[in-house]
Design a protein around this ligand. Structure first.
Ligand code: GLA
Length: 334
């Protein structure tokens, strides 16, 4: 049996740096993702871009690089009772790594789906998201939240996921058809291990007023965004996005001059709103525009700043796919 699994990256529309304090997030899954074709095996043997990861079926071994995520997922699933069945297969991705689009979360999720399937082990999607979140923490020691893994597993076509990261209560919010979502990769790469991510979390927990002010404001902005989406008021989103970016830049201090430059370029190019998305310290910007303006806005933004960009649609969450999707995706624009 060969089976192919696919897990999407994500773009968080709003609700940044709120997940690990039990706040609100509003991500979409996107069409860029990671695919894994596997068959059952005695061990875990995976190859990506010519690099191999070799582990025992329960995740034991001495993994490096992306192998740490694979091992950590296997360990977390073993703790949930997954029988130790291995997999052999190949990983392919059209989701850029370190671009703030949830690439490590997508890798964890796709590996988790494959490991569960070969062992006929069933875990509810939200529990799988929690296991993958624990795997992320285990793999790299960064105290990240559940945003990326939940978005990858629970994404729905045409809808954003409204998730309360404290209670895990969730619902999906329909996106207005005239709303275009643009993602611009700044080209500035980051890892949470090397960034100030863990520091920010510690500062928030210590009650730093600026950090707390960001989180309180950002949670309110998630509610405002949902209300604006529900009344199809995409003009109102612009101001909310701009306020979110200012708060991330000035109060939470996770933006960079490069990200600020991409935000400014998007606004100058006619975006209604733009903000950094994801953990920050590099990565991507999410911008919004009227559907009819989107191509021009993206083109003009990329002429001024950023490395690559896409107009993204809210995609369905991680799943089994019939065959390789990769050849369908067009790099640069989709
Ligand atoms: C990263 C983390 C998420 C979340 C965001 C910021 O993507 O993995 O858990 O904290 O940063 O919103």
């Amino acid at each position: 049996m060969t089976a192919t699994f696919w897990a999407p990256g994500r773009v968080n529309l709003i609700g940044e740096h709120t997940d690990y304090s039990g706040g609100l997030v509003l991500p979409i899954a996107i069409h860029l993702g990671i695919e894994l074709a596997v068959q059952p095996a005695e061990r875990i043997s995976l190859v990506s871009e010519g690099k191999a990861v070799e582990l025992s079926a329960g995740g034991g071994g001495d993994p490096r690089g992306w192998g740490r995520y694979v091992a950590a997922v296997a360990h977390e699933l073993a703790e949930l009772g997954r029988p130790a069945v291995g997999i052999e297969g190949m990983v392919e991705a059209d989701l850029p790594r370190g671009a703030g689009l949830g690439s490590s979360g997508a890798l964890e999720v796709v590996v988790a789906l494959a490991l569960c399937a070969v062992a006929k082990f069933q875990v509810a999607p939200i529990e799988l998201a929690q296991a993958c979140q624990r795997a992320e923490q285990r793999a790299v020691g960064v105290p990240s939240g559940i945003l990326d893994q939940a978005a990858s597993l629970l994404g729905r076509e045409g809808q954003a996921l409204l998730l309360d990261c404290g209670t895990l209560e969730r619902r999906w919010v329909e996106l207005p058809p005239q709303l275009a979502i643009l993602v611009v990769d700044s080209g500035e790469r980051h890892t949470h291990e090397a960034s100030g991510y863990a520091d920010r979390r510690a500062e928030l927990e210590a009650g730093d007023p600026r950090r707390v002010r960001h989180v309180a404001g950002e949670n309110a902005r998630v509610h405002e965004t949902v209300a604006a989406l529900e009344r199809n008021d995409i003009q109102a989103l612009g101001a909310i996005f701009r306020a979110s970016h200012a708060s991330l830049r000035d109060d939470y201090q996770v933006s960079t001059p490069t990200l600020d430059g991409v935000v400014a370029a998007a606004l100058a190019a006619g975006a209604l709103g733009a903000r950094m998305t994801g953990g920050g310290f590099g990565g991507s910007v999410v911008a919004i525009a009227e559907r009819g303006d989107a191509d021009g806005v993206l083109e003009r933004t990329l002429a001024r700043a950023g490395a690559q960009g896409w107009i993204v649609e809210a995609a369905g969450g991680a799943r089994t796919v019939a065959s390789r999707r990769r050849k369908d995706s067009r790099p640069g624009r989709a």
